[in-house]
Design a protein around this ligand. Structure first.
Ligand SMILES: Nc1ncnc2c1ncn2[C@@H]1O[C@H](COP(=O)(O)OP(=O)(O)OP(=O)(O)O)[C@@H](O)[C@H]1O
Ligand SMILES: [Mg+2]
Length: 399
């Protein structure tokens, strides 16, 4: 039985769907990563679960009981607590007082509840904050303020902890320390939803991942799975992956040298009817007229640029849903680049294809991308829209 169930959850702000038909579960003793770019709807979902926002529609169940109509305090009593994305500590209260106030529903009760002090101190100790308990938040480094925010949630003794971007703004070392803390909390039987932008930051901590984009769940699974249209393709054979509609254009081209252009193109189409083969060939020849003029020529005698065109055309005749291109510009002269550029435009606009372009040539990549994943030494250092990329990083890279 899942601890938390979110069913057809929807939240609209005017015309924007911040959560659009969202469905997921959190099991007991599990860390679920909720991943998505800026504005995906992650914090909105956290706010809906704790009751800061009322859903436009949908159901939230905690321990099998519907809670979407309950107040925040009632949800906290049932066992849900949030560490919010943005710290807003009370600056005139000490760390301990901040934690105590989080425990109390009614702040005026502070002076009457004796066990609150003990409970707050325990939470502080758990996070190694005991020596700072009587300091003011402004005297603490940022990382410790974030720990105080976590202590505020922990002090409520929850079963389910919602952590909204706990790593944001922390140094590398602090992220490691915080990750360790989160793992220890899981060992103590807390269930956790961990929100972050980046799969990489959480993949060693979480049991499962739910990825959202523009309010919608786009994938879910274990962190090292490759998800295609909701299903894992990690264990599939290459041929089965191709049959799902993913075509690959390798950097090394891998053409059959002694076969003609047309033989290379039709090799994977044997099962189709003649008319369909003809139709598909006509389409790729219209994208690459140079190949049409060289139909009978062996692939080995084509120029480098023509070989690249044939490699792309061979992927396209399979009518894929997505095409993965590995460095299509490698070693090509500007004139050929222009042809490849036009072909990409055609695939995108006329064929409605999803294109995954692995490219070193930034100028070429910039012309053809909606979104950018920037990799450096195997690390994902940026995941953003093209506009955000140009604003934040592009200048540096272009320079
Ligand atoms: N109170 C609100 N009123 C109007 N629009 C809102 C409100 N809260 C969120 N939104 C909009 O809903 C969308 C999702 O916002 P949300 O804060 O949930 O994103 P997020 O995934 O947490 O992003 P980030 O990673 O930047 O924190 C955004 O387009 C945001 O502008
Ligand atoms: Mg957020």
């Amino acid at each position: 039985m899942p601890l938390l169930e979110v069913v057809n959850l929807e939240k609209r702000f005017g015309g924007i769907y911040a959560a659009n038909n969202v469905n997921f579960e959190v099991n007991e003793h599990e860390i679920l990563g909720l991943i998505g770019p800026n504005g995906a709807g992650k914090s909105t979902i956290m706010h809906l679960i704790i009751g800061l926002y009322k859903p436009t529609s949908g159901i939230i169940k905690f321990e099998s009981k519907e809670i979407q109509h309950l107040s925040i305090h009632e949800r906290i009593k049932r066992g849900i607590a949030v560490m919010f994305q943005h710290s807003r500590p009370l600056s005139r209260q000490t760390v301990l007082e901040n934690i105590k106030l989080a425990i109390l529903e009614d702040k005026f009760q502070l002076f009457f509840k004796k066990d609150v002090e003990e409970q707050a101190m325990q939470a502080a100790k758990k996070l190694g904050l005991e020596t700072m308990a009587h300091k003011y938040p402004s005297e603490l480094p940022f990382g410790e303020v974030r720990k105080m925010e976590l202590a505020k949630a922990l002090a409520l003794n929850p079963k389910l902890l919602l952590l909204d971007e706990p790593f944001a703004g922390l140094s590398h070392l602090e992220v490691e320390e915080f990750s360790q803390l989160i793992k220890e909390l899981k060992e103590e039987d807390f269930s956790i939803v961990l929100v972050d932008h980046n799969v990489k930051a959480v993949k060693n901590i979480v049991d499962r991942i739910v990825a959202i984009h523009a309010g919608k769940i786009i994938a879910c699974g274990t962190p090292d799975e490759v998800i295609w249209q909701g299903k894992s393709i990690k264990h599939l054979k290459t041929a089965d992956i191709v049959n799902l509609g993913i075509a690959f254009v390798p950097e090394t081209r891998e053409l059959f040298k002694y076969m003609s252009v047309e033989e290379n193109l039709t090799l994977a189409l044997q099962k189709l009817k003649k008319d369909e083969i003809k139709h598909r060939l006509e389409e790729v020849y219209s994208i690459f007229p140079r190949l049409s003029e060289r139909k009978k020529q062996p692939a080995s005698t084509l120029s480098g640029g023509e070989q690249q065109m044939l490699t792309i055309a061979r992927a396209l005749v399979q009518k894929p849903k997505m095409i993965v291109l590995d460095e299509p510009t490698l070693g090509l002269a500007p004139v050929v680049l222009e042809d490849i550029s036009k072909a990409l435009e055609y695939m995108y606009r006329q064929m409605n294809l999803t294109i995954l372009l692995g490219e070193q040539n930034l100028y070429f990549a910039l012309k053809h991308s909606d979104r950018v994943y920037l990799l450096e030494h195997g690390n994902l250092i940026c995941d953003c829209t093209m506009d955000e990329f140009l604003e934040r990083i592009g200048e540096k890279y272009l320079a």
